[in-house]
Design a protein around this ligand. Structure first.
Ligand code: NAP
Length: 294
């Protein structure tokens, strides 16, 4: 009976959203969104949906057929979902990935969106980290998160160097972003050239998967490379909340910000797209913090 009570009230009017990924068990989004729905008194539920790559198209058709209001899309489907959408926003085109789908209730049309980019920019603003024309930024990594972060930075006119373990992938990100911002100053380099590129940078953003729990004793920043003076370090990793990279930066006297805010703001943007209601951001943050613990 207790477990039934925990599910809460579900009836014929309950609206469904969820997250499609593989794996999805680690996702904080169910807690974050269900806490928001409960707080707002909305008869909505958010459920994790494990979908393997060869089932993505079928799964998307399925959620339309089942009258879902939308879904989040996570690893490894963010790029593969693009051609399956009926339409995409400009943010999807510039970031090259879909992380949120809104489904029109009457037509069943799927609109693909990218709220990772807006989530990153919103969290920078919340921390009063201002982007400016010509500002030098180092982005570590060249995956999906690097594209979303890079698109947000390029829009502001920042000069970006993408540093990646596989330099060819960093070059591909530069080429991709140049399609939207041809005049932007962007370069790609290997980690061996990090020290030279880092000098004079104002912002360092980690988008690599290095340092994620359970490998919390790893950092993408090599010990022998000094941090640029007065730079801000933004680590998109949010588990653990205080990464080794953040600790290294703080030890060097720099401001360091973790990725939880980006996660919360991307979720808040999705919540607003689906429900057309103002998201309870602090409730969503608290739900994530509770799940992550200390
Ligand atoms: P992805 O597309 O798989 O890219 C992973 C990146 O990490 C690649 O650049 C990869 O380099 C690099 N990498 C992985 N293992 C490495 C290692 N041992 N040494 C050096 N580089 C390594 O993943 P993604 O979607 O970009 O996500 C990356 C991370 O960003 C996530 O794990 C998550 O922590 C964070 N993220 C956070 C948010 C948020 O809301 N806060 C949102 C999205 C992502 P190679 O190209 O050489 O393989």
């Amino acid at each position: 009976m207790d477990s039934l009570r925990n599910i809460g009230h579900i009836d014929g009017q309950t609206q469904l959203v969820g997250i499609i990924g593989s794996p999805v068990a680690h996702s904080l989004s169910p807690e974050m969104h269900n806490a928001a729905f409960a707080y707002m008194g909305l008869n909505w539920r958010y459920i994790p949906l494990l979908v393997r790559p060869d089932q993505l198209a079928a799964a998307l058709k399925g959620i339309v057929a089942l009258n879902f209001r939308g879904v989040n899309i996570t690893i490894p489907h963010k790029v593969a979902a693009i051609p399956l959408m009926d339409s995409v926003t400009e943010a999807v085109t510039v970031a090259g990935a879909v992380n949120t789908v809104r489904i029109d209730g009457s037509s069943g049309r799927m609109e693909g969106m990218n709220t990772d980019m807006t989530g990153f920019l919103a969290d920078l603003a919340a921390h009063k980290i201002h982007l400016s024309e010509g500002m030098r930024v180092i982005v570590l990594g060249a995956g999906g998160a690097a594209r979303a972060v890079g698109a947000g930075l390029a829009r502001s006119g920042a000069q970006i160097t993408f540093i990646n373990r596989t330099p060819e992938k960093a070059a591909q990100v530069v080429e991709f972003l140049k399609a939207s911002w041809s005049s932007a100053v962007m370069t790609a380099a290997p980690f061996s050239e990090l020290a030279a590129h880092a000098e004079g940078a104002s912002l360092i953003v980690n988008t690599t998967a290095v340092g994620i729990w359970p490998n919390a004793d790893e950092s993408p920043w090599p010990e022998h490379v000094p941090f640029p003076k007065n730079a801000v370090v933004y680590d998109t990793v949010y588990r653990p909340r205080h990464t080794l990279l953040m600790k290294q930066a703080e030890k060097a006297g720099l401001m360091a910000v973790g990725g939880l805010g980006m996660l919360v703001y991307q979720g808040a943007a999705a919540f607003e797209m689906w429900t057309r209601q103002k998201p309870p951001i602090e409730v969503m943050r608290a739900a994530c913090e509770q799940r992550l613990g200390d």
